[in-house]
Design a protein around this ligand. Sequence first.
Ligand code: BYC
Length: 333
Amino acid sequence: MYTQALNTKDTSDTSRPGDSARLAVFQATIDAEDKIEANDWMPEAYRRTLVRQISQHAHSEVIGMQPEGNWLTRAPSLRRKAALLAKIQDEAGHGLYLYAAAETLGVRREELYAQLLSGKAKYSSIFNYPTETWADIGVIGWLVDGAAIMNQIPLCRCSYGPYARAMIRVCKEESFHQRQGYEIMLTLCRGTAAQKAMAQDALNRWWWPALMMFGPSDTDSIHSADSVRWKIKRFSNDELRQRFIDATVPQGLHLGLTFPDPALRLDEASGHWQHGEIDWAEFKRVLAGGGPMNAQRLAHRRQTEDDGAWVREAALAFAEKRRQAKVTRVAAE
Ligand code: BYC
């Protein structure tokens, strides 16, 4: 059902007679704020960009279940455990909507999984850090889902219809996740001195990686120019990062926490929080596979894929058995 994108295989944007006219219609559709749908003509570079971004987004949701899963058996109460379990299930659901959206562009889900498992495809850098304490679960909801919302709300208006529509539900759920994370932080910060120290330590470890979620600075972002022209991106990486900082710093101060950035200060004139230099060498190291948890995240994902092989085989065998039974029944009628 999702692999109907039959007319998207042009090798170049202007390689065939009529393509420049189609390109003009395509860009005019985007400029008019209309959506591009799966069976509309689109330049190959637009299709490739979307497959790359949507599949990396899907992989991030799936890998993102691991750091949180680490605390499922150790959540401090039944209520916390139920909420965390529901959140992790939501992430799996987001992965599924996103793989389905990518499939509308004519790629097979199995191909995308294979790219993840081989290490060829990226997923968000943030999930290559360990969850050391329960406070990390609070910080992931507050900061990681908070950053995700800031980045993904504009994606609800992205030019590609299936991606934009998938993002609407994802954003609603992320919003709930952000609040449950902040509520964990609030509880810890109103608790004992040890609990508050645990919350502070989690913020210290996750703040800079959360800022890196928005991608490289605008000057180093290779895909931004095309993505902005195509209205896949509505804001630049740095703009979204700044919006996130401006929204999040007052929340942290309300918790009574400090941010691990001595340069952080409110610029009264602009109303923006100025921040210190991001360690881009660390960002590059994590993207290249050298983060603290890269190897473990992929090894776990591969193991899960192997462990689930018998389920997929059984499901396929059962479907085939039912198909055969139907053929026999129809033949007998
Ligand atoms: N981590 O030209 P740029 C979640 C890559 S899931 C890793 O600026 P673009 C959640 C980038 O892919 C969060 N790689 O790229 C889940 C490119 O490499 P390639 C995921 C990164 O695409 C569970 C290169 O660097 N969210 O929220 O214009 C629980 C150059 O970058 C990162 C999404 O995927 C990174 N942080 O902009 C809780 C949202 N940043 O592909 C929460 C959708 C950059 O050329 N994606 N790279 O090899 C986007 O909005 C955009 O793809 C990005 C990057 C803003 C991330």
